[in-house]
Design a binder for this molecule. Structure first.
Ligand code: SF4
Ligand code: FES
Length: 369
């Protein structure tokens, strides 16, 4: 049975001012001149709504580097989509935010690298980023937009989950998403420098239970346990080709944001195909849909409709076989490899994700603070 997608992540651009060591953009970035134009994005939003999509996430890179961001948000609203802006907060002025609120934007999600300003700026690789995030969060609340704080945790900040929840409350957020770094793409270069110890993960789990009970009714705390210390994998993206789709800056449609890390998949582009055609018929979406592609132990496992065999991108990154059982699973033939990799930890400096210089020049456009 073909499910309807509920969410669409629109990666408006790969341009970004920050240099996060766990950047989830692909290793090869789309150039500014290859980005979809305004009219094509607006068509994609209309097609998404017709396909059944309810939630649109305007993401990047940093979406505010697009000068047509307000027009895009207005078009999404006109298409009837609930629209969330995912921003680093660097490069978005209060004037732009006000125009976005007027255009019908529903929600803003701001990433926060840490509760401590110096540490946050060090992780982001951008001096002053933390102060800008605080300022934008205050503006979001002033404009009566709903705010979610997104905190990506790893060995440098996982011991400050409580402080990050306090920060989210102080900023006026109604929700905080605490997600561990996912190890594919750029994050693989920094895996040992990002990997927490088992003791850190256990302390974080205890802290989370206490925080949820203490702040019940004040803020929603969503948190995901680090994969490498879990017994079973997560149902990545809610199952391949089942709940969501991503459109890259250049118009390729992917079943998950890291799908381009899988070699041999054929992705169709919104420049040549409608979103409905891509969702139903593109080879990439059908490659790991359902359960027929699974090998043992997944093929006969009672959990196969719960976690869908885990994450295809992680399976490929760790085994070279995108159809393998996610090695995070304790039943996977390659499970021992996960414990070996998790044991490699270091406090070495990060390899930051830096855009090419032409992209950095592009960041000095309108709408930048
Ligand atoms: Fe999930 Fe496959 Fe592990 Fe079963 S064997 S729990 S389906 S990953
Ligand atoms: Fe691609 Fe999990 S990130 S399937």
């Amino acid at each position: 049975m073909l499910h309807k997608p509920l969410g669409l992540l629109a990666e408006l651009t790969h341009r970004c001012p920050l240099g996060c060591p766990y950047c989830s953009n692909p290793l090869t970035l789309d150039a500014r001149e290859d980005e979809l134009d305004t009219a094509t994005w607006l068509r994609v939003f209309r097609e998404a709504a017709e396909l059944g999509v309810l939630q649109l996430h305007l993401s990047g890179g940093e979406p505010a580097t697009r000068r047509d961001l307000v027009d895009l948000a207005a078009g999404a609203h006109a298409a009837g989509l609930y629209t969330n802006l995912i921003t680093s907060a660097v490069g978005i002025t209060e004037e732009t935010l006000g125009a976005l609120a007027e255009s019908g934007l529903d929600h803003v999600q701001i990433s926060v690298q840490d509760s401590d300003a110096a540490s946050a700026d060090r992780i982001a690789g951008y001096a002053g980023a933390f102060a800008r995030k605080r300022a934008l969060a205050a503006a979001v609340v002033r404009h009566n937009l709903l705010l979610t704080v997104n905190a990506v945790v790893h060995r440098a900040n996982i011991d400050r989950i409580g402080e990050m929840v306090d920060l989210a409350l102080a900023l006026g957020a109604s929700r905080i998403e605490i997600a561990h770094v996912q190890y594919y793409g750029w994050a693989l270069k920094n895996r040992a420098a990002l990997m927490p110890s088992r003791a850190q993960v256990e302390r974080a789990a205890t802290a989370l239970a206490e925080l949820r009970s203490r702040h019940h009714g004040r803020i929603v705390i969503d948190a995901v346990i680090p994969d490498y210390y879990a017994r079973y994998p997560k149902p990545c993206v809610g199952g391949w080709g089942r709940r969501s789709l991503n459109v890259t800056p250049g118009g390729k449609v992917l079943p998950c944001h890291a799908a381009e890390s899988l070699t041999g998949l054929e992705f169709w582009n919104v420049r040549q195909h409608s979103l409905a055609d891509i969702w139903a018929n593109s080879p990439a979406f059908n490659a790991f849909r359902g359960t027929a592609w699974m090998k043992e132990p997944c093929a006969s496992c009672p959990r196969r409709e719960l976690d869908f065999g885990g994450c295809r991108c992680q399976a490929f990154a760790l085994t070279g076989d995108a159809a393998a059982t996610d090695p995070v699973c304790q039943l996977a033939p390659d499970h021992a490899r996960v414990a070996e990799l998790a044991a490699v930890q270091t406090d070495a400096p990060y390899v930051y994700r830096r855009m090419a210089s032409r992209h950095r020049a592009d960041l000095d456009g309108d709408g930048m603070a």
